[in-house]
Design a protein around this ligand. Structure first.
Ligand SMILES: Nc1ncnc2c1ncn2[C@@H]1O[C@H](COP(=O)(O)OP(=O)(O)OP(=O)(O)O)[C@@H](O)[C@H]1O
Ligand SMILES: [Mg+2]
Length: 292
């Protein structure tokens, strides 16, 4: 486990691997005035009272080795951490440091070679493919770098797709609120090819939120956007956390994007080397200089 000293007078977590409960390093951030103490109860469908303020995702001793023998690559090495409900976490690190691997394992898209992951109170490690598919459908939302909208569907059809697949009907009021929140009221019937990159990504964010999932995972959501469109998407994710109590875990290379989060986890060589509130974009840039 690597560990770097203090930055900007912030206290770092002396051993992030032990941080499975209690206040997060990210709580150093001043409480956001607009964040409700009690997120709307209709937002989180699968929460019991005892889980409501707990950790929605935990990784315990997670390692991922690709290949065998001399050619083996240890993409993740003994990662233990947890993610509080209603928090926004950014994950950064050099190329190849294990960010996508970690996100895929937390989301049940890949299995660790050692350790376990729990999601919304359920251990997902060891579940079969059918159970994992159902779990992802029912409990997770995803935002990818290249939007991944279906070209033949309209913006609105793309937006409600997770519900359509699950055979559920969107709640009209909720759908209207989402469309308004992402600023696409006059684009509902447009196809992706008729939308700008920023608009497409806003549809993708709304699609990730529509089923009120336990966690939204975003892998470089601003990686393909200009700075204005990036700022819009980050504001949306921040709003989902503050107003809807959504939990968001985002991989990014963008210090400006990371500065929107409550907490920044930094990886190097498959291990967590830093875990604290991100500070502003300049502080994130300075931090990354010490890690690259
Ligand atoms: N399917 C695979 N087979 C073998 N090695 C892999 C595989 N997927 C990833 N790796 C290796 O695991 C390590 C971590 O990869 P990962 O994709 O998680 O990095 P990353 O931090 O997301 O990088 P980037 O910023 O470039 O997206 C890298 O060394 C990569 O080469
Ligand atoms: Mg990656």
């Amino acid at each position: 486990m690597y560990f770097f000293g203090e930055r900007s007078g912030r206290q770092l977590n002396p051993d992030p691997s032990k941080k499975l409960s209690g206040p997060l390093p990210g709580e150093a951030r001043q409480p956001n005035e607009s964040r409700p103490d009690n997120p709307p109860t209709d937002w989180i469908p699968c929460v019991t009272v005892s889980q409501a303020n707990g950790q929605v995702v935990t990784a315990s001793g997670v390692s991922r080795r690709y290949g065998e023998g001399e050619a083996a690559v240890d993409a993740l090495v003994d990662i233990s951490t947890g993610f509080d409900r209603g928090r926004f976490t950014a994950i950064m690190g050099p190329s190849g440091s294990g960010k996508s691997t970690l996100m895929h394992i937390l989301a049940g898209l890949d299995a660790p070679t050692a350790g376990t992951v729990t999601l919304d109170g359920e251990q997902i490690t060891g579940l079969d493919d059918a159970a994992l598919t159902k779990l992802r459908r029912d409990k997770l939302g995803f935002v990818f770098q290249f939007f991944n909208l279906l070209p033949v569907l309209t913006a609105e059809e793309n937006l409600v797709l997770p519900l359509s697949i699950a055979g559920r009907k969107p709640d009209a009021e909720w759908l209207d609120r989402l469309v308004r929140t992402v600023g696409l009221e006059d684009r509902r019937a447009h196809r992706p090819s008729e939308l700008s990159g920023g608009q497409q990504q806003r549809v993708a964010v709304a699609r990730a939120l529509v089923s009120k999932p336990a966690v939204v995972f975003a892998d470089e959501p601003t990686g393909n956007l200009d700075s204005k469109a990036s700022a819009d998407v980050m504001k949306l994710l921040r709003q989902a956390v503050d107003e809807f109590g959504q939990t968001v875990i985002m991989v990014t290379h963008d210090p400006v994007a990371a500065a929107h989060a409550d907490r920044l986890i930094t990886l190097r060589d498959g291990g967590i080397v830093h875990d604290a509130a991100p500070g502003d974009a300049d502080e994130v840039i300075e931090l990354m200089k010490t890690i690259d």
